[in-house]
Design a protein around this ligand. Sequence first.
Ligand code: SAM
Ligand code: SF4
Length: 471
Amino acid sequence: MQELKVLSKEELQGLDSPKISENFFHSDIQKKVYIESYGCQMNFSDSEIVTSILLENGFGTTSSLEDADAILLNTCAIRDNAEQKIRNRLKSFTHLKKNNPQLTIGVLGCMAERLKVKLIEEEKIVDLVAGPDAYRDLPRLMGEIEAGNKAINVFLSKEETYGNIEPVRLHTNGVTAFVSIMRGCNNMCSFCVVPFTRGRERSRDVHSIIRECENLLANGYKEVTLLGQNVDSYRWENPDTNEVVNFANLLEAVAQVSPELRIRFSTSHPKDITDEVLYTMAKYENICKNIHLPAQSGNNRILQLMNRTYTREWYMERIDSIRRILGEDCGISHDLIAGFCSETEEEHQDTLSLMDYVKYDFGYMFAYSERPGTPAEKKLEDDIPEPVKKRRLAEIIDLQRKHSEIRNKRMVGQIQKVLVEGDSKRSKEQHFGRNDSNKIVVFDKKGEKVGDYVTVKITSCTTGTLIGEIV
Ligand code: SAM
Ligand code: SF4
């Protein structure tokens, strides 16, 4: 049985920079790491930070599982099925580990943070567990494994933003990139595991964000998506001047990097999104007119049980403000949960009627999945039968399909500015890109390159795609 090495908080605080166990470099061969990411954009962005830390510390990367000395899964814990997927993926590595007992298998991210040492106990194949704030410690953890131990670090930090780490772009098209502006979440939505897996909210130094955006532009990137669980509560205070930068100020500063650099952001919270943010969006052509504004439910009693801290009326007023300040073309998308604890048929109908009111362009829709340790799991009963949840979810998805079609159809005949991102899935003769409101646009190639802005006339559409021609 291998020893399970857990560092005390004091030992970890003594590590001012990542240190690697001597043993790890006894061999001359560079250790190659394979990383797979699951879940939200934030996890994909974190994998780029992880890669940067590993490369800085003498590791290599590989895109081949067979070639890897270490396999790291950056995981999601938001719903039970996300975790089951990871457990199945871990099982699929059994033969690799059998053929190569030296192979390190690591679990990073939210599932690592949620399950901690239990993950190593339950999944024997796992050697390494690292939570979202422990990535600077990865080289040392890898060294522990080289020394024959199992390794875990799941301490959550109040300060870590990885602000000084230049992410290594993975699976990149060379045009669009994620830029993380904050970490953690201070909201306590009763259904959500994120505050427990990602810790307290902290905002990254505005200067390091701007520097990252400038570097991206210098390297040919044309679009950044600013990421946070609740971007509207971004707040950075300059320690020298006490000047406070809020999200609207940050947006403005990023917009001024270059008119050639497009800006998107996610996720907005209905309780926090201000008119100041909307007016800043209106002021700059390069801030894309698209807002992801999760509603979760259209019913006030359910919103209260979810601890979302806004009402249906408040949410509708925010939608009205978006339309008033940014116009009818502004894209609006949502997250909605079907079958939350005690939700009645009438309350579910309120969600559908909210959808009818907004006519969202797009949405992420989920059946409620009870998560251990959350306020909902502790205080409420997960009492909606699975078939009912599924049926309500299907109704939500069906309605969204109709609304997506309505929203896409109104674009037919319009002229749209599109950033070319790559070949369309269907044909090498066609490019695809996205317009201001985040809709996929497909069009025949006419000599333009990936990374160019083109003007496209929309000629037809499906529920998911706009089809057009360069004019
Ligand atoms: N911070 C964002 C927000 O406040 O909307 C997104 C957080 S979460 C990563 C993405 C979405 O997953 C949530 O908006 C919610 O719709 C969904 N979600 C979170 N917990 C869930 C649960 N227990 N069951 C089903 N869906 C859940
Ligand atoms: Fe979860 Fe709510 Fe925070 Fe979003 S705002 S991450 S749903 S707790």
